[in-house]
Design a protein around this ligand. Sequence first.
Ligand SMILES: NC(=O)C1=CN([C@@H]2O[C@H](COP(=O)(O)OP(=O)(O)OC[C@H]3O[C@@H](n4cnc5c(N)ncnc54)[C@H](OP(=O)(O)O)[C@@H]3O)[C@@H](O)[C@H]2O)C=CC1
Ligand SMILES: O=C(O)C1=N[C@H](C(=O)O)C[C@H](O)C1
Length: 250
Amino acid sequence: MSKLRVAVLGAKGRIGSEAARSVEGADDMELVAALDKDDSLEALTEAGAQVAVDLTHPDSVMGNLEFCVGHGIHGVVGTTGWTDERFGKLRTWLEASPGTGVLVAPNFSIGAVLTMRFARQAARFFESAEVVELHHPNKADAPSGTATRTAQLIAAARAEAGCPAQPDATTSALDGARGADVDGIPVHAVRLRGLLAHQEVLFGDTGETLTIRHDSLHHSSFMPGILLGVRRVTGTPGLTVGLEHFMDLD
Ligand SMILES: NC(=O)C1=CN([C@@H]2O[C@H](COP(=O)(O)OP(=O)(O)OC[C@H]3O[C@@H](n4cnc5c(N)ncnc54)[C@H](OP(=O)(O)O)[C@@H]3O)[C@@H](O)[C@H]2O)C=CC1
Ligand SMILES: O=C(O)C1=N[C@H](C(=O)O)C[C@H](O)C1
């Protein structure tokens, strides 16, 4: 069987360089392009790339995707910075390119995906919920894409179950002391040398708390998820948000 022709965008970056090595090491894939900032996207079509893995920067990802989708190249996207407006644009491009698929995954690590799933399950049983994400200090965005998604999932599960707003008697606070408000869930971002990517989801109710913690200790934690995304996206036209849709969890 012929190998999947895969390109990596952001191939000199922390995660992109690891992804390029993983694609090269996969028996069913061929790394046909490894591009970084200022490289021409035309190299993707010249190389006949079928899938582009984007691990670049929130400022770059939309331009890359407009090109890829416009040329029928499937996308596997780990880059953060997603908003409803950005998803809207991507959907429009995909509608004009039927057959092309894009996976946007806030986190490719299996443990982080499961953390989000468990947090969603737990959300309706506790009065209070907060998210703390901890990352290396070179990270451009805060809060992390994973923490934002986790908070959105918790908030949606609580709304669906008819949970009231959570208690918080704060009437005076320094700016930022209660974190960012993501759909009513406080999200706190720590940036600390020595860390990679970590998250705690805290739930509390009368007399008990539940903490779900996940730690990515090396960029290798994201690789099985990226390779899974590449294998599945070619048969999944349109937009898929979250690796869980490719993990047969239900
Ligand atoms: N979903 C997931 O599981 C994960 C997602 N991420 C996300 O991936 C992104 C990258 O993270 P990280 O590797 O730490 O960041 P890095 O800054 O180490 O790497 C990004 C690389 O992309 C390059 N780049 C910027 N613009 C373009 C462009 N238009 N085309 C090609 N390359 C470009 C950068 O070049 P230059 O430095 O010159 O700007 C840099 O080499 C972030 O958004 C991060 O949050 C990270 C880990 C896991
Ligand atoms: O920038 C990172 O490093 C990471 N970014 C992603 C995010 O913002 O959630 C995924 C992971 O946390 C690593």
